[in-house]
Write a protein that binds this ligand. Structure first.
Ligand code: BTN
Length: 252
């Protein structure tokens, strides 16, 4: 499973494959304390004993079936207030690769950074950061992509195998994601980039009326888009309201 990615510039040049670990995000944090662990390093594994998802949830994955990896980034001069840019880059990079792999399915981003394929979750992203001197110093970007797993506990989950009926070579997909991530990180440096518009153009449920839970109440509302700082903007009974992650959840 150890492969050199010839096409990338810096992502995955230092690639560490661990047959098994607690969590690749934790491993990247641990390795980052050692002297030689360059930006762009990637740790991937076949199985996580304590895979972590967003909001304290566990991330479960059958051994050897899926892509479970974390990237180590050191963005220059990124302020904590701009952290949503990392969400945009990582989710767009994956959305684009998956849409190319599965062209006959709709691949969208569920705010903030779940990737949905054919209305079910195919990939989750966990971005953790450390701050130094008022800037984002280290980024630990963990990605769990369902590739060859055929059965899930939750009916809301899917995989590339379920959607296409075939097995995929995980290292080929990993290389495509790293290349895509490099391209989007490069776009981010352009002060006139339109990544926020691109993100909004593939946002799941945008412009549709759906049921959300807001303040423990179920209400019907319409997603207008995501603000540049990453809040969800929703039209609720004619008012444009913005919500942070814990303030709103998707019902159906
Ligand atoms: C989510 O809840 O949607 C985020 C899931 C992120 C899972 C990945 S798998 C690789 C990395 N290591 C972890 O422990 N979590 C992330």
């Amino acid at each position: 499973m150890h492969k050199i990615f010839a096409k990338t510039l810096f992502l995955g040049k230092n690639l560490i494959f661990l047959p098994q670990c607690h969590s690749t995000n934790e491993e990247v944090k641990r390795f980052s304390k050692s002297a030689h662990f360059p930006e762009g390093s990637v740790i991937w594994t076949d199985f996580q004993e304590k895979g972590r998802g967003q909001q304290g949830n566990a991330w479960m994955s059958e051994p050897g079936k899926n892509l479970l990896f974390s990237l180590y980034l050191r963005p220059k001069q990124l302020l904590p207030a701009d952290q949503f840019e990392l969400t945009i880059v990582s989710s767009l990079a994956i959305q684009k690769v998956l849409q190319e792999l599965v062209p006959d399915r709709k691949v969208e981003i569920k705010w903030p950074n779940d990737i949905y394929c054919n209305e079910r979750k195919v990939c989750g992203i966990l971005i953790e950061t450390s701050i130094a001197q008022g800037h984002i110093d280290q980024v630990f970007c963990g990605i769990g992509l369902n590739v060859n797993q055929s059965h899930f506990r939750f009916p809301t989950a899917t995989s590339l195998k379920i959607e296409t009926g075939k097995d995929w070579d995980r290292s080929v997909i990993l290389e495509k994601i790293l290349l895509s991530m490099e391209k989007f990180l490069h776009h981010l440096k352009d002060p006139d980039h339109d990544l926020w518009d691109t993100y909004n153009s593939v946002l799941r449920w945008k412009g549709e009326e759906h049921v959300f839970r807001i303040n423990a109440e179920e209400v019907s509302a319409c997603i207008v888009g995501v603000s540049p700082t990453g809040e969800l903007v929703v039209n609720l009974a004619g008012n444009l309201n913005t919500y942070k992650l814990k303030e709103i959840s998707f019902v159906h």
